[in-house]
Write a protein that binds this ligand. Structure first.
Ligand code: COA
Length: 217
């Protein structure tokens, strides 16, 4: 194992914060880059390219967008909403809904996606809710597996078209236990667990594989 490998496996030094309007274009760039990568990788369309700035701006204005910052760059993002009627329908106020989870490629494979999801959990719990939910394209086996590795389970399937064309989406949910400190538990996303994966993690580890992309908006 080389020194470079050891450095690559460490979770990146980032801080998480709520996005502001000045972040909108960088977030659009990040989502567009993620979509280009996923499309090249899977040979299937994912999010629109470029990602619609009006959707990002509206979510930022609602205070729903979180960004991961390394130095002066945004290297990850997600949107956390209190409801998602177009995909989940009317629901009791018991969950938070994650969308637009994305990490810059050079920061991928080191647990940053899981770290963002942990932040979502913290915020969901703070609002007195007990479940984290998201959706992805049903046929994207690799992405569904990624979420299942993080403790999510399938709770349904819907046909919906966040960007127009309708697709089969799988609904994923994780019940939030009480906050736990120390070692990663069975029932929580673990950046540490992902961060410990070998040098094949991330883009290199998926070489040659073909999966389908997420269509959630
Ligand atoms: C999903 C994401 C945030 C996770 O970031 P991360 O914590 O750094 O983890 P990785 O990038 O290593 O991704 C985990 C695994 O999922 C795979 N994966 C990620 N996005 C994928 C996609 N859109 N389609 C298929 N597989 C995907 C990765 O290739 C990797 O597989 P591997 O372990 O076999 O190499 C990041 O990969 C990303 O930005 N993906 C593109 C955008 C996306 O698909 N977001 C999810 C929307 S539902």
């Amino acid at each position: 194992m080389t020194e470079r490998t050891l450095v690559r496996r460490r979770p990146p030094a980032v801080r998480l914060r709520q996005a502001t309007t000045t972040d909108v274009w960088e977030i659009v760039g990040l989502l567009t880059e993620a979509s280009v990568w996923a499309e090249a990788w899977t040979r299937l369309p994912m999010w629109p390219i470029p990602y619609p700035a009006d959707r990002v701006r509206a979510a930022v204005d609602r205070g729903e967008v979180i960004v991961a910052v390394a130095g002066d760059r945004l290297v990850g993002t997600m949107t956390l909403s209190e409801e998602d009627k177009p995909i989940w329908g009317p629901q009791p106020p018991e969950a938070g809904y994650v969308h637009r989870l994305a990490v810059r490629r050079e920061f991928a494979g080191r647990g940053l996606g899981a770290r963002l999801l942990r932040e979502a959990e913290t915020r969901i719990r703070r609002r007195g809710r007990s479940k984290i939910r998201l959706d992805t394209l049903a046929s994207n086996a690799r992405l569904v597996r990624y979420y299942r590795e993080l403790g999510f389970r399938r709770v349904g399937r819907v046909r919906a078209g966040p960007f127009g064309e309708e697709r089969d989406l799988v609904l994923l949910e994780r019940r939030l236990g009480p906050p736990r400190r120390g070692r990663p538990g069975r029932n929580r996303p673990s950046a540490e667990r992902l961060g410990r994966r070998g040098p094949a993690a991330g883009a290199a580890g998926t070489a040659g594989r073909r999966a389908r992309t997420c269509r959630s908006g």
